[in-house]
Design a protein around this ligand. Structure first.
Ligand code: ADP
Ligand code: MG
Length: 524
């Protein structure tokens, strides 16, 4: 399974708001988290352009209020999406930077550099963050870093995965594997507990990862010997700390309007400063009952100062918190495990520091306390680093290396299928691979062309609705000059192949002639 690599191999948690990298040291037999230039273990996933330089990480985040239109963040919400996706259109309204439709419907970020416009695809911006992490890793390890395991939300679709892989390549990294973030956290958990003498049977572990932009939940069975079998995944690619920041910002905007009859939204700089202050207040509310939001000269010389209570914060976000619990329920249902049979609940992600979130999780699991001995900010990168070491084949001493014991069995997060016509009516989804199927996998379906049609169009979709228009179109290709059988139709065999990274290859073959076409869906 290992691929011999030249330089070091690291694990990277490329987060919506913060990223983290880690490396396994064979000599020390442990994983270490890689600090950035400022000495911190997590780095903001921010990129900024000013007239003289490109800033990545903390430098970029720190100057956002001064340079809002040229400071880019949340790129993970754009990666692998299409400009016209309703979610992209909605997100765009809350970002101060400019996005246009680029080639192949790609949302493209436009910044101004020395009076000139420059355009970047989301994967190019993510590549800048990855490159920064790579450089920090090289300084820390003391040698070149060539390879990486990069994590993605379990709920990422095919296009988002492929674009993330592309970002790695653009950063000069050979992407050994993409793995789901909760699976990486489970690897870290597994390693942490392998020495546990009381651990005899398999454990059902639920990973609850609530970060800045995304919510991920996974149900896994972990054996003491290191087999990690993912039973089900779920989540929401648009649910996280930024939503909580936004509700607080909206609340402040309304309070300001009430008091001063002025609309802060007219001023991007004021909004930028308010966002920073609200995120800070939100963090403070995890340890205090009240937090101030105070900004001098926020808008046309007017100071702003209010005190927000934890209760108010919880009330503003109650529906988001409830949504998390609903998604946990769905994941348990999909994984066919009762909540009483969950042995351990592992919480990761910055937003799980919110006391109400922890309390809701504990209440849902009937008072079971969540596993607290893992570092929630670093667990994902930690697990990715272990896997990177395993896959890179750089371990000198495989025999007594815990890393070599890991066996991963992951699943695909969303159902995959093709569009078919039933009684001449188009638009129905025929599922070829149901969600939560173990990967890698290969499944086939037999279809017929429409009667007397000598060409067939195969459209590939991902999603849970039986109407394709409610799902994500991944790609489409045609088979022409079909040979029609005596029934006036041609028989087609459609094969779906998902590799270990969760990336899909679809091929279709006309069974009578062997005419064959295929696409790697991600390449559209
Ligand atoms: P991601 O992986 O999505 O980038 P992280 O897991 O790093 O996210 O979490 C970042 C989020 O956690 C941010 O929205 C941040 O505001 C939030 N966060 C960090 N610390 C706290 C805290 N003490 N209380 C509440 N939220 C926090
Ligand atoms: Mg994360």
């Amino acid at each position: 399974m290992s691929q011999k690599v030249k330089g070091a191999a690291i694990g990277i948690d490329l987060g919506t708001t913060y990223s983290c990298a880690a490396v396994w040291f064979d000599r020390k037999k442990r994983v270490e988290v890689i600090p950035n230039e400022q000495g911190n273990n997590t780095t903001p996933s921010f990129v900024a352009f000013n007239d003289s330089e490109l800033l990545v990480g903390e430098g970029a985040k720190d100057q956002i209020a001064r340079n809002p239109t040229n400071t880019l963040f949340d790129v993970k919400r754009l990666i692998g999406s299409r400009f016209h996706d309703p979610q992209v259109q909605k997100d765009m309204k809350s970002w101060p930077f400019k996005i246009i439709e680029g080639p192949a419907e790609k949302p493209t970020v436009v910044v101004e550099l020395n009076g000139e416009e420059k355009k970047y695809a989301p994967e190019e911006l993510s590549a800048m963050v990855l490159k920064k992490l790579k450089e920090c890793a090289e300084a820390f390890i003391g040698r070149e870093v060539t390879d990486a395991v990069i994590t993605v939300p379990a709920y990422f679709n095919n296009n988002q995965r492929e674009a993330t892989k592309e970002a790695g390549t653009l950063a000069g990294l050979n992407v050994l594997r993409l793995i789901n973030e909760p699976t990486a956290a489970a690897i870290a958990y597994g390693l942490d507990h392998m020495a546990d003498q009381t651990w005899h049977n398999d454990k059902n572990v639920l990973v609850f990862d609530l970060g800045g932009g995304t919510f991920d939940v996974s149900l896994l069975k972990i054996s003491k010997t290191g087999v990690i079998d993912v039973k089900a995944v779920g989540g929401d690619t648009h649910l996280g700390g930024e939503d909580f920041d936004r509700t607080l910002v909206n609340y402040c905007v309304n309070e300001f309007k009430k008091k001063h009859r002025e609309d802060l939204r007219r001023n991007p700089r004021a909004m930028g400063r308010l966002k920073v202050a609200c995120e800070k207040a939100k963090r403070d509310l995890s340890s205090s009952i009240f937090a101030p939001v105070e900004i001098d000269c926020l808008y046309e010389g007017i100071d702003f100062s209010i005190k927000v209570s934890r209760a108010k914060f919880e009330e503003l976000n109650a529906s988001y918190f409830e949504k998390c619990i609903k998604l946990v329920e769905k994941c348990l249902f999909d994984g066919e495990i009762k909540k009483k049979d969950v042995d351990e609940v592992v919480v990761v992600g910055g937003s799980t520091r919110i006391p109400k979130v922890r309390r809701l999780v504990e209440e849902f699991f009937d008072g079971k306390t969540v596993c607290k001995n893992m570092n929630g900010d670093e667990a994902v990168a930690f697990g990715a680093a272990l896997l990177a070491s395993r896959l890179s084949g750089n371990n000198d001493n495989d025999n007594d290396n815990v890393v070599s014991d890991i066996v991963l069995q992951d699943v695909t997060p969303l159902s995959l299928g093709v569009e078919i016509a039933i009684k001449g009516v188009h638009g129905n989804m025929s599922v070829v691979i149901p969600r939560n199927t173990s990967i890698p996998t290969c499944k086939k379906g037999i279809y017929h062309s429409l009667i007397y049609e000598t060409h067939a169009c195969i459209s590939v979709y991902q999603g849970e609705s039986n109407k394709v228009k409610e799902n994500i179109l991944l790609g489409r290709f045609e088979l022409c000059d079909l040979t029609l059988g005596s029934n006036g139709m041609s028989k087609l065999e459609v094969c779906f192949n998902i590799d270990v990274d969760g990336i899909l290859l679809v091929s279709a073959e006309e069974t009578s002639t062997g005419q064959r076409k295929s696409i790697t869906i991600a390449k559209i």
